[in-house]
Design a protein around this ligand. Structure first.
Ligand code: AMP
Length: 315
């Protein structure tokens, strides 16, 4: 069966990033602050998913967003017709990573053109079978869903900001998606339960039939009514910039499902491992450099490494 296509909605942004230890730039000088780095949830997710499947993006950028980035996306087969160029500045986010690179503080979020963004899907996007609702306002995520004819498989991401600020809309969204992808801190916040196993049970009861809880460098856990699966993260020698790891994970996961065309428990296990492998490329470089020219073969090679990480011989 041929690979299905994926619709991705999310942010396209300029990121200003502050790291605890100096990172060597492309020109060879060490720096801790990188400004005007191309980022955004839709950018990371679409570059990642396009290693597997045809991708269409719905987003908004400002006058200042480089045409060269959109051109590079098109060169990977990404359909950019759904990216609106609005009159104003692009979304901008500034983040400072903590000493261990695991945690980060959002220093500034400038919505700019995102403030008045109303997603409008080009007519032929309506029948896209797989959908990734990247981390944006849950009201906008619902607006996208309303313009789609019953997709086969819909994944959503969210964050603490919407969990505490938009409870009602988020509850509505959870009833309409097939898979929720969040991190452990967000799972605790959403459920009000500290224990991850019980938090997962609580979240599944709110609507999504499947749940992925990401645990950063420790990997991720998948839950559905057939059981639990834990995927370890790769042990990387070079972790530079964790920005976009979650979006690249979701892009790789959905990319794999688009290729496979099935959403059963075993397929989900494989999808989780492919998401993990994809995300490992994102964190090795600043910004989107790690996923901008990612190939399907690159991902396959890392999946092979993950397989050997937790093989246990029969007794
Ligand atoms: P991740 O590291 O996977 O959580 O994704 C980081 C990306 O999300 C960055 O490139 C930011 O531009 C983008 N981002 C940060 N905050 C927001 C927000 N409130 N809404 C949408 N995108 C965001």
């Amino acid at each position: 069966m041929s690979t299905k296509s994926i619709l991705i909605v999310g942010s396209m942004a300029f990121d200003d990033l502050e790291f605890p230890i100096p990172v060597t730039t492309r020109t060879g000088e060490p720096r801790t602050i990188f400004e005007d780095v191309i980022g955004g949830s839709a950018t990371y997710a679409s570059l990642s998913a396009s290693a597997f499947a045809p991708v269409r993006v719905v987003a908004v950028v400002g006058r200042d967003f480089p045409e060269a980035t959109l051109e590079a996306m098109r060169a990977r087969g990404i359909d950019t017709l759904g990216i609106e160029r609005a009159d104003g500045l692009s979304f901008r986010w500034r983040g400072r990573y903590h000493e261990d690179l695991a945690g980060r503080t959002s220093l500034e979020t400038q919505l700019n053109v995102f403030q008045d963004f109303r997603p409008r899907l080009p007519a032929d996007y309506g029948t896209t079978p797989l959908v990734l609702l990247g981390n944006i306002h849950p009201g906008l995520q619902l607006e996208v869903l309303e313009q789609l004819e019953q997709p086969e498989f819909c994944v959503a991401d969210t964050m603490n900001f919407w969990i505490t600020g938009e409870e009602t809309l988020l509850a509505k969204l959870l009833r309409r998606i097939d898979l929720l992808v969040i991190n452990d801190e967000e799972a605790r916040l959403l459920s009000g339960i500290h224990n991850i196993a019980r938090a997962a049970k609580d979240i599944l009861a709110r609507g999504p039939k499947r749940l992925v809880i990401k645990r950063g460098e420790y990997g991720s856990i998948y839950f559905d009514d057939e059981g639990v699966f834990a995927a370890p993260a790769l042990l990387l020698e070079q972790v530079v910039d964790p920005t976009g790891a979650g979006d690249s994970f979701a892009g790789g996961l959905l990319g794999y499902l688009a290729e496979r065309g099935r959403y059963d428990h075993q397929s989900m296990r494989l999808a989780l491992v492919h998401g993990t492998a994809t995300a490992s490329f994102a964190v090795e470089h600043v910004g989107t450099d790690g996923v901008a020219s990612l190939s399907r073969a690159d991902v396959a090679a890392r999946v092979a490494r993950i397989r050997t990480l937790n093989q246990i011989a029969a007794e």
